[in-house]
Write a protein that binds this ligand. Sequence first.
Ligand code: G3I
Length: 322
Amino acid sequence: SCQLDKLAKAAGLQYFGTAIDNPSLNNQNYMRVARDISEFGSITPANGQKWSNTQPSQGRFSYTSGDSIANIAKQSGQQLRCHTLVWYNQLPGWVSSVYGKDQMQRIITAHIQNVAGHYKGQCTHWDVVNEAMEDDGRYRNNPMYRAMGVDYITHAFKTTAQTDPAARLYYNDFNIERCCNAKINATLSMLKTVISAGAPIHGVGMQGHSRVGKSPSKREMKETMAKFGELVDEVAFTEVDIRHTKLPTTAADRDQQALDYVEVVGACLETPKCVGITVWDFTDQYSWIPGQYPGEGEACLWDRNYNKKPAYTAIVNLLQSA
Ligand code: G3I
């Protein structure tokens, strides 16, 4: 049959996955697709495992949102790709008021031991550190960096490896798909720094949020993955969606979107170290894009009425011919 994860596996990838989020779990049309293991072999909680959900106040841990999604994956036989332990965004206020290095280190240790400990054995991958770099190549000046410098990254990876030794540990970021901008060069040198300081990093996740008609080409993405592949065992596209910047769309716009998605999937297929692709939700009904970019959207593979779009069909055709 012609479904995404089945075909991706036949074409040599480890998985084709999707992020899903808590507000959509009571929608039956949504769940029918989300639980379909032939479409999605891997599930990622879009918000449930983030710091603001898992440790909203110091020492008070909550796994309700994350577990709802982990349990869906478990019941459906799908893998769980976990997201994310240390990120500047969706970080509760109490963490931002920590300034001492030792204190911050203890806080990161406790957070990871609890959260990665809770999910131990369930996560095939963890996005351990998310979005640590700025587009201009500087380290993002977040509370963890202010307290610890780049050591917070090393420390986060070491602690996660100790807590859940079976998970594949990723550094994850956006705007690192198109070779080779300032952010990619800075990310490469950051990775060298922390790896030589002992950070056990298995993979680099390229989020893959982009815009129709302005999305990176297959050639550009393969070049980037080759560079990351010199430093780590594997790479993956972790949050793919390709949004229209002008709505409503025409048939030509939707065909262009299909071409753009095919470049991403093709780049992964042609890169031996690229293990899989995750889309950042699968239906326009629940995409994060309109909330963040008013007037833009329709970035997903299914439309809001659960019809498959040309991008879906184009990916299936590519995977079938691979
Ligand atoms: O939880 C509150 C809820 O109480 C309130 O009623 C509602 C009103 O708007 O907001 C809810 O919080 C929202 C949260 O998602 C949970 O739904 C936030 O406003 C909203 O900003 C937040 O957006 C998430 C975003 O990360 C935050 O940066 C998106 O759903 C999520 O898809 C998105 O995911 C990120 C990845 O983690 C990292 N890479 C980029 C990607 C897209 O921004």
